[in-house]
Design a protein around this ligand. Structure first.
Ligand code: ADP
Ligand code: ADP
Length: 228
């Protein structure tokens, strides 16, 4: 089954009388467990597309389907629950909560979903182990390196066993070798957990290592190239 599916979606921003057409007639499908890159230069509309796929914003035309359900048919609270339970997010900057430990940050999606602190912390500890950070559990984000913070963000994104992980330039803020490790880890864990993985990037070589590359230029999808 397709995890994410959209047909003929367009997006135009309207701010204070200015209309900015950003996406034009985009159709795509992401299959279960598949790793897909959305590749394009800055301003091509990648982040906008990712936001539409995540239901964070609505298309001007067309619909987005997640596991067969039209996102437009869901209430804000249904959407929020779906995002918390079925989707994981990773951004260029980690967005960890500064006043919570690494463990508490990873446990947060489970706590929001209503799990007891004890069970949530146990699961979070497992995920921190998966990303090689068992020894950093009680550290605050400010006491972690950039790469460690991204690994905590990965653990948090995966803690609910999401159907799909959506990542926006997840290594853009890291040096090359740390970025490479983070990217490898994300790919490895999502393959192991059979999570679909969609990454938005301007980096051609990172994109080429996904199962499939969707190139976007000036808001239009160019090609369906096959990765390795
Ligand atoms: P990318 O992620 O590829 O850099 P974005 O999706 O962030 O591209 O942006 C694509 C275009 O949409 C840019 O020209 C940007 O200025 C414009 N844009 C993004 N968000 C908004 C918004 N909220 N209002 C108006 N224009 C926007
Ligand atoms: P950028 O660096 O491209 O500006 P960031 O990496 O700072 O973006 O990511 C912040 C993004 O988080 C925003 O674009 C916003 O749309 C997104 N966001 C806001 N609220 C939520 C939410 N509840 N769940 C997931 N993402 C969110």
């Amino acid at each position: 089954q397709d995890v994410l599916y959209c047909q003929h979606i367009s997006k135009t921003y309207n701010d204070a009388g200015n209309t900015t057409p950003v996406l034009h007639d985009i159709s795509l499908a992401i299959h279960g467990g598949e790793h897909v890159a959305i590749l394009g230069s800055s301003g091509s509309g990648k982040s906008t597309l990712l936001h539409l796929l995540a239901g964070l914003d609505s298309p001007s035309e067309g619909d987005v389907y997640f596991l067969g359900e039209n996102l437009a048919s869901l209430s804000p609270s249904q959407l929020a629950e779906l995002r918390n339970k079925k989707m994981g997010f990773i951004y260029q900057f980690h967005h960890l909560l500064a006043e919570f430990t690494a463990l508490e940050n990873v446990a947060m999606p489970l706590r929001i979903g209503g799990m007891s602190a004890e069970k949530a912390n146990e699961k979070a500890a497992q995920l921190l182990n998966d990303v090689g950070l068992s020894h950093r559990r009680e550290h605050m984000p400010s006491a972690l390196s950039g790469g460690e913070r991204q690994r905590v963000a990965i653990a948090r994104a995966l803690v609910n066993n999401p159907t799909v992980v959506l990542a926006d330039e997840p290594t853009g803020n890291l040096d090359d070798s740390t970025g490479e490790q983070i990217y490898q880890l994300l790919k490895k864990l999502s393959k192991e957990k059979q999570t679909a993985f969609v990454v938005v990037t301007h980096d051609t070589s990172l994109a080429a290592r996904m199962d499939r590359v969707l190139s976007i230029k000036d808001g239009e999808l160019l090609a369906n190239q096959t990765g390795r």
